[in-house]
Design a protein around this ligand. Structure first.
Ligand code: KG4
Ligand code: ZN
Length: 334
């Protein structure tokens, strides 16, 4: 079965063909990040206008001459920016109608986790086993889920305020490093010392699976105001190690309580080397399968949208395919 995935929830416009939920045939991503560098963050109208401009070329490139082989269209319906979501949703509905192909609505946050089911080239062919603990760390969300099966996602924790990615982006703006903040912080952190600045580890002593990252951003702000000579590489290194420690702490709480067979990480922030290494080190010799997507599949793209639709085949009539900016990770689309 070949599924055409379409993704436009934030500042990327992406389309992909995936076979049987695992094999990536094509993967095309257009990003408007450069446009947002001038403003230090996304302006929703600018993102949506750019997506409108490039969605058809992106889909055309992903389909190539395979149009007759497509069995279904998978479309991200939320969460995300309303203007951006509408561009993808309305395009996907039009395609579904004109080609008479079923359309499957997809939850962007849940879909991120399916990056762990995909195979690239001669890559890993181990499949995640359930129950699994999933940790989605993206620009707008930080969510822990217990995955009992493809249709059984139990939400066990999330951020009470800023997402981890948001913390990276806001601190990068503060340090005048540009947008997107995560890669910029990671870059300058390479020459820094992560033990230089003692930053708070919000909520790690609390017996729950929730996070809080806004205090961390404020702590950095106070440091920058107070200290005359800030060592930016060391501050960046300390920040990313702190974020990695907090994420690992809550992940480990969930793992020791639920005893899953697999751990699935996903979301743009999982591209962070320090985070990957911190978590890899912890589970290296444990009897648990840890899945971290290849770098290219961490940030937004349409491959995992197609994969998620394959494993959750719930085609709906066009009238029920509706953009939903506030969709929660465990919300059923019906
Ligand atoms: O999943 P994603 O591509 O989009 C959303 O669904 O939000 O995540 C984007 C987030 C941004 O906050 C970006 O700064 C962060 O992922 N990010 C990183 C890295 N690459 C992207 N954060 C830390 N280190 C990175 N290497
Ligand atoms: Zn995302």
């Amino acid at each position: 079965m070949i599924i055409l995935g379409i993704e436009s929830s934030c500042d990327e416009t992406a389309a992909s063909l995936v076979k049987n939920g695992r094999e990536i045939l094509t993967n095309v991503v257009a990003s408007s990040a450069e446009l947002h560098q001038k403003t230090g963050g996304i302006i929703p109208e600018v993102a949506a206008r750019e997506q409108l401009r490039c969605i058809i070329p992106v889909i055309n490139e992903a389909i190539g001459d395979n149009i007759k082989k497509i069995d279904a269209i998978a479309i991200t319906v939320g969460p995300g920016l309303i203007g951006s979501l509408l561009v993808g949703v309305e395009t996907a509905k039009t395609l579904s109608f004109s080609l008479s192909i079923p359309i499957i609505p997809v939850n962007h946050l849940k879909a991120h986790l399916y990056a762990n089911f995909l195979i690239e080239g001669n890559g890993e062919s181990v499949t995640p086993q359930f129950p699994a603990i999933g940790l989605v760390v993206s620009g707008g969300h930080t969510d822990l889920v217990l995955i009992k099966d493809h249709h059984l996602f139990e939400h066990i924790g999330s951020t009470r305020d800023d997402a981890a990615g948001e913390c990276f982006d806001k601190v990068a703006r503060l340090l005048e490093l540009g947008y997107p903040g995560g890669p910029a912080i990671a870059k300058i952190a390479e020459t820094g010392d992560s033990s230089s600045y003692k930053l708070p580890h919000p909520m790690i002593d609390q017996d729950n699976y929730d996070f809080s990252f806004s205090g961390l951003k404020t702590a950095v702000l106070n440091l920058v105001k107070k200290e005359e000579k800030i060592n930016r590489p060391s501050l960046a290194a300390s920040l990313q190690q702190t974020i990695a420690n907090v994420l690992l702490n809550k992940l480990e709480k969930a793992v020791s309580h639920y005893r899953p067979k697999s751990i699935l990480l996903a979301g743009g922030v999982t591209a962070n080397k320090t985070l990957r290494e911190t978590i890899e080190k912890k589970y290296k010799n444990k009897h648990i399968d840890l899945f971290i997507p290849p770098l290219k599949l961490c940030t937004d793209n349409a491959t995992y949208v197609a994969s998620c639709a394959y494993y959750n085949q719930n085609p709906l009539p066009l009238a029920k395919i509706i953009a939903n900016p506030g969709l929660a990770i465990n919300e059923v689309i019906e």
